[in-house]
Design a binder for this molecule. Structure first.
Ligand code: E4P
Length: 216
């Protein structure tokens, strides 16, 4: 499973890229809004310069023509750009056109297996089920992800599944166990994935013992 960083913060992206573990970035309007005062296209271009992989940027129009206009403008900024589009009738109509133009898409705000199936049929490159937000409703986000993976395997659909709205490392583990192609994780969750108390304890002990070797 590949790991993408779910952020629009270039400092976080720069740091995580140096760790060698992320292969893409996803953003959304809320994440862009956190980078207050900066121009959307400028942020996206900077991110594309930092990460050698897909960078999802979201179109906010709700009509087909508006989505297509935004998508073409964004796609022209950098070859890494993938257009994020919510799963609506107009959204999928735009996905169909963009797919025929060779512009990659990430169908977002997916909360059900049937929405994911529709996105795949329309030609989406990626589909993003929101695991954490499904959990918030009392339903199990991992169950929805499992159904999507089953359906996509049944019909060998080429659309890649990005487990999104990840809230904690357990979500990442579940996504990997279920065979998601990608998990897009917030910076805080990524850092937590490195941590284990026995690793910290082990380093402390090795360093203490090494002191004894040096001192003889
Ligand atoms: C990424 O594609 C999604 O926009 C993001 O993971 C949503 O996460 P949230 O539910 O924590 O806002």
């Amino acid at each position: 499973m590949e790991i993408y960083l779910d952020t629009a913060n270039v400092d976080e992206i720069r740091e995580a890229v140096d760790w060698g573990v992320i292969s893409g970035v996803t953003t959304n309007p809320t994440l862009i809004a956190k980078e207050s005062g900066r121009d959307f296209h400028e942020i996206i271009k900077e991110i594309c310069g930092l990460v050698q992989g897909p960078v999802s940027a979201e179109a906010v129009s709700l009509d087909v023509e508006g989505i297509l206009r935004e998508a073409r403008e964004l796609a022209a900024l950098n070859p890494h750009i993938v257009i994020k589009i919510p799963v609506t009738e107009n959204g999928l109509a735009a996905v169909k056109v963009l797919s025929s133009e060779g512009i990659r898409t990430n169908v977002t705000l997916v909360f059900s297996p049937l929405q994911a199936l529709l996105a795949a049929r329309a030609g989406a490159t990626y589909v993003s089920p929101f695991i954490g937000r499904i959990d918030d409703t009392g339903q199990d986000g991992s169950d929805v992800l499992a159904d999507i993976m089953d359906i996509f395997r049944n019909y060998q659909l080429e659309t890649k599944v990005i487990a999104a709205s990840i809230r904690h490392p357990r979500h990442v583990l579940e996504a990997a166990r279920l065979g998601a192609d990608i998990a897009t994780v917030p910076f805080k969750v990524l850092k937590t994935m490195f941590r284990h108390p026995l690793t910290d304890h082990g380093i402390e002990r090795f360093l203490a013992d090494w002191e004894k070797v040096i001192k003889g």
